[in-house]
Design a protein around this ligand. Structure first.
Ligand SMILES: Nc1ncnc2c1ncn2[C@@H]1O[C@H](COP(=O)(O)OP(=O)(O)OP(=O)(O)O)[C@@H](O)[C@H]1O
Ligand SMILES: [Mg+2]
Length: 273
């Protein structure tokens, strides 16, 4: 769906390249997590995918077409991005106007708009805030509205740049589960930047960036069974994987596999008990 070929990027105000030698294929319908320390180039990579910045050298392809001004409108219609800092993202003077703004741009009829706004606010549990000013909301509530606005657009690709970092654990889990559902059922491609090992549980593919370069490319199972890489990049292991590992050690058998999700692990534990 999106392909990076030998991509370099340098901000005009900076002497250093922010991204070097990026070769990456983002496949349709997958969930890709991008991990890496502060300043490693994660947000810059998203800006290139979204077309907000163009590569300094190398090629970025969207469905085999090279990014250019001509296909830019098409890309913008297919990708929704939730930026790291939701404050920079609000355009409407109320929550509902903010969500409506993106829909108006895509010529969604008024009666359909009301229904979509109601539906996405329910997903992020913000129904009661429909008439509120976005500026009057808490950080986590703003993130919820930003996620709702992006879901309303029904994108082909949803980019989450630390989009759930301010959410409480319950809200985070419920929203991520919903996103996983649309990823699986509707084939929406998810690209998520996160510092939270818990969030990476939802991903199929994982890349690690360091100093603007991809230093690891693999899938969920390959990363979390690779202790050398986990230690090298000081990555936290998701709770569910720690439980599986401890139980396997305790039972001295490889009963819980890395591919197994929470539901299957719980069932097995119940049987064992
Ligand atoms: N607008 C900009 N102008 C100049 N340099 C920038 C700009 N934005 C980012 N950079 C630089 O590019 C590099 C990568 O930054 P980027 O924001 O992509 O990192 P990040 O991995 O998203 O970090 P974080 O986890 O802190 O969000 C950093 O060295 C940063 O200082
Ligand atoms: Mg960032």
């Amino acid at each position: 769906m999106i392909k990076f070929e030998d991509v370099f990027f340098q901000y005009s105000s900076s002497k250093k390249t922010a991204l070097s030698n990026i070769n990456l294929e983002i496949k349709e319908g997958r969930w890709l997590s991008v991990l890496g320390k502060n300043g490693s180039g994660k947000s810059t990579l998203m800006k290139l995918i979204y077309g907000q910045n163009l590569a300094t050298s190398g090629k970025i392809l969207f469905n085999d077409k090279e990014y250019s001004k001509e296909i830019y409108d098409d890309i913008k219609n297919k990708i929704a991005i939730v930026f790291q800092n939701p404050d920079n993202q609000f355009v409407g003077s109320t929550v509902e106007e903010d969500i409506a703004f993106g829909l108006e741009n895509r010529n969604v009829p008024q009666e359909k708009m009301d229904e979509i706004i109601g539906r996405v606010l329910e997903i992020v549990d913000m129904t009661d805030y429909r008439k509120y000013e976005p500026t009057s909301l808490s950080g986590g509530q703003k993130q919820r509205v930003a996620i709702a606005s992006s879901l309303a657009l029904n994108p082909e690709i949803l980019i989450l740049d630390e989009a759930t970092s301010m959410l409480d654990p319950k809200a985070k889990k419920s929203i991520l589960k919903y996103i996983k559902k649309i990823n699986k059922e509707e084939g929406i491609t998810i690209i998520s930047i996160t510092h939270d090992a818990q969030e990476s549980v939802y991903s199929d593919d994982i890349v690690i960036l360091e100093d603007g370069e991809i230093v690891y490319k693999g899938n969920y199972a390959s990363l979390y069974s690779d202790t050398t890489t986990l230690e090298k990049y000081s990555l936290e292991v998701p709770f569910i994987e720690r439980i599986k590992r401890d139980l396997n050690n305790y039972l001295n058998q490889e009963i819980f596999k890395i591919e197994e999700d929470e539901g299957s692990v719980v069932k097995k534990i119940c049987k064992l008990v």
